[in-house]
Design a protein around this ligand. Sequence first.
Ligand code: SAM
Ligand code: SF4
Length: 510
Amino acid sequence: MADCSKIRKFANAADYVKRFVVREEIDKYLPGGRHFIDEERINGIIATIEGKPADPVRVREIIAKSESTCETLEPEETAVLMQVEDPALFEEMRAAADRIKHKVYDNRIVVFAPLYMSSKCVNGCKYCGFRSGNETQARRVLSMDELREELDVLAGRIGHKRLIAVYGEHPETSTEYIAETIETCYSHAVPAPKTGCMNSIRRVNVNAAPLPVEDLRVLRSVGIGTFQVFQETYNRKLYGEMHPAWSVKGDYDWRTTCFHRCLEAGVDDVGLGVLYGLCDWRFELLATVMHARDLERWFNIGPHTLSFPRLEPASGTKVPEESPWLIDDDTFRRILVIARLSVPYAGMIVTARENAATRDKVLDHGMTQLDCSSNIAIKGYSDFEKESHQEKNRQQFMLGDGRTLDEMVRHLAARGTITSFCTAGYRCGRTGGCIMDALKTGREGKFCKINAVLTFREWLDDFATEETRKAGEALIEKELAGIKEWLPKFFPAVMKQYEATCRGERDLFF
Ligand code: SAM
Ligand code: SF4
């Protein structure tokens, strides 16, 4: 059980809203009152590139730098990439983004499922179906028994091993609750339908509101994976318009300094994100680069992942349809490619908010993680027979891609991409600073191939339909041949674990 004795307690929701933000934990990371998101510099950069065509020589220099060093670019370098309008030059950028993805993450796509724990929220974000005061939303907080029912489906029927657990911000879902849900996820094992082998969730990432350092230490103690907090918009003025000043989330500085506190607390896999459609995408991307660089400057660790949510329709709000900054699919593709080149080592997540055609199109734009079989209604997995079932008044926003994990695995296998269920790196302590170098040099990408094959084999035997199993096995054969060529001396040890997995041993990894 998590030790929550040191974290602050609140009498009620009003008390929580008034007292939750810890000023000293903000000021520490804004020395001299200067914010690392330098809006003047960003606006200056945008003014310099506005209406000016790209210099192809400079663009190619920056691509080469990104590819050879895998280091985060300077914002001014990112801006040069933003000037590219010529389709042929963009294609060079996209191809480089895809090569970098392969260097860092090989031919793998990591899969996960979102699991919404609660829809109660004290905040008033204008684009979100969960905002307080939205009477059309049916509110609930999962009990531990209900959570176990959700896990029966996720781990027992679909075969997921990785979750992103999502929470509204509310005293009922405070750090104690988050810690208890993480512990419940890890401890609930369920037999797989095809083999009876036990499966459980092996990595719980969290998407929740920013927390103080002591609370983050509690989450670290129960084995949190990545802590994701989306900034929504880095533009302070627009941020103020979307997040009322009376709300906890209305504090821009509390949110922007959240990852500094995470890294201080030892939660060293942090997931950045912007809600695209609230502001000029160029501003957001330049600010993301500044954010990554400031984390690197303080802690020598950058973002573990970047997420790219776009505004989707939600109950009781017109913002997702009426915002002046909504982006089209071509712009979305540019954002992904420029992000991959700008923060080359980061994992990149494109969620089922996007429709199937868009997600398929951007598979070669540098992305590394997908969710599938997703249901974001609270208690949606156990209540609905069909995973793709949606109800606007029971979920935060609407999803675009209803494909199941089985369909996605088959689809990826057909294009030579291995679905990775591997969670070994994190459980062997390969997180944060320990993994940065391995990622940048491509060592992690190759090494993980072996663990990806072992967990893929597990999933195919435990959960796949016959058609998907066949497609997956053809890919495994190719992957094993590749490992044999790459590591001839080590190959017998790999085969020993592989054969043990085929016999029904589970969770074997290097
Ligand atoms: N409540 C916490 C918070 O806001 O930090 C946890 C995350 S919230 C449940 C998950 C994320 O969903 C938000 O950070 C926001 O980026 C995204 N979101 C909210 N409304 C959305 C919408 N209409 N379309 C797409 N994404 C949305
Ligand atoms: Fe609450 Fe998060 Fe929705 Fe804002 S985005 S209303 S904080 S759930």
